[in-house]
Design a protein around this ligand. Sequence first.
Ligand code: BTN
Length: 253
Amino acid sequence: MTLGEIIHRFESVPSTNDTARDLVRDGAAHGTVVVADEQTRGRGTKGRSWHSPRGRGLYASFILRWEGAADPGTAFPLLPLAAGLAAAEAVLDSSGVEARLKWPNDLVHDRKKLGGILTEVVFRRGTPGYAIVGIGINVNHEAADFPDELRTVATSIRLITGRPADREDLLGRLCRALDSWYNSLIQGKRELIIRGYEGRMAFSPGTRVRVTTDRGETGGVYRGLTPEGRLLLHGSAGPGSFSFEEIQALDWE
Ligand code: BTN
């Protein structure tokens, strides 16, 4: 089934990812989408919250059941990258706004956060059973819609273009783009995803990058992504790579 053929719409839910998980338990089909006008307990990565004021953002979750995947075990680490690519493409096509990707989960514009991706993979007997990809995009937020602590670090399509954007159009494009990148993923086109993601990254090879992990802060020169989607940095001790899971924060010069 194509992503978005079934869309469950809600005025307000705690989190569309949680609603999607409930729908999976009730047997929802691959490609089912959950979208809400507001989230009262929107979730970000690393246990953070995702500010989700009513009528302003796009808050959507996609149920992916790995149908037709030759090897879900190797595909799933690249799922957040495929989702990031889809979101950046949909934003550009819908609004003309150039969203760059801040590995591994963020959409940014002029270093300000425009959107984020929360990918949750549920394993069954050691292999990925299904995934829920939650995508939040700041669409029609005015500055006053952001709480004080986000106002200087977040932006929206409307703040960038100076005019309201069409959330429905954005959702439609996001469904089509994610469907296409997901198909590339399950067909094993890893190289296409890695190269596509690198091409939309917020910083280019040769940039100095600092990352925070639970072992502390470290830095190096960005060299690209590995075939597994890990961030490759050349530090003073030589080359090293980082997985999504171990990164707590990332910044670049
Ligand atoms: C992040 O940057 O920390 C990820 C944010 C992900 C937010 C989206 S909004 C739709 C879906 N439902 C949630 O509760 N979170 C994701």
